[in-house]
Design a protein around this ligand. Structure first.
Ligand code: IMP
Length: 198
């Protein structure tokens, strides 16, 4: 069976990854179909370490091929922060809005060039605990002066991809999915998955 488990409990990432894999002959399933699956603790210092940990944990539990994504935003003027702490930048249990507010506050009054940032997605593919591949996708851009748009999730309303005027939050999902870090990582790993399952 051409089956792939997406190793994430984040519904927003799940939605994007499913959309990006649509059209392939892979049967995509989510972790929710495996009750009792332990949550991998994201305590790595890099996206890669966390992505590998998630893929390894979930592939051992499910006994299947798992693709896990660890991703986040890196702002140059903040020495790469929030980085691996993107989800909890404003503290434990904070909302996406709390994170965006904190980021805009830290960058207040900073001019254009010093608002440069990039989204990173690291994807690890593991089969029953064994590494198959690990790839990275990046999307360069800058942080807007204020939050704009209601599409997407996370930092989307404050991130403007390079060469464009709109934030990801102002773009429909199909437009974001043409340039995003997640799309770039998936483009690299998709042929590996297809080849592996063949
Ligand atoms: P993770 O579950 O540790 O990988 O958390 C990733 C966090 O990075 C999310 O909670 C978001 O805050 C942020 N993030 C990752 N990818 C995106 C994206 O495509 N748009 C907006 N925020 C993102």
């Amino acid at each position: 069976m051409n089956e792939l488990i997406l190793g994430t409990n984040n519904q927003d990432k799940l939605r994007e990854m499913k959309a990006l894999l649509r059209g392939s002959k892979i049967r995509v399933r989510s972790l929710a179909e495996f009750p009792g699956c332990p949550e991998a603790v994201e305590d790595g210092r890099t996206f890669e370490a966390n992505a590998r940990k998630k893929a390894r944990t979930y592939s051992l539990f499910t006994g299947k091929l798992v693709l896990a994504d660890d991703s986040g935003l890196m702002v140059y003027a903040l020495n790469g922060k929030p980085g691996v702490y993107s989800a909890r930048f404003a503290g434990a249990n904070c909302s996406y809005q709390d994170n965006n507010r904190k980021l805009l506050r830290l960058l207040k009054k900073r001019p254009g060039l010093s608002r440069r940032a990039k989204f990173v997605s690291c994807m690890a593919l593991y089969d029953r605990g064994k590494a198959v591949a690990c790839v990275k996708g990046e999307c360069h851009g800058s942080i807007a002066q204020m939050s704009r748009g209601a599409h997407g999730f996370g930092y989307d309303p404050v991130f403007i991809p390079a060469g464009l005027k709109k934030t990801f939050g102002e773009m429909i999902s199909s437009a974001k999915n043409k340039v995003s870090h997640r799309w770039k990582a998936l483009k690299k790993v998709k042929p590996i998955i297809i080849n592996y399952l063949a």
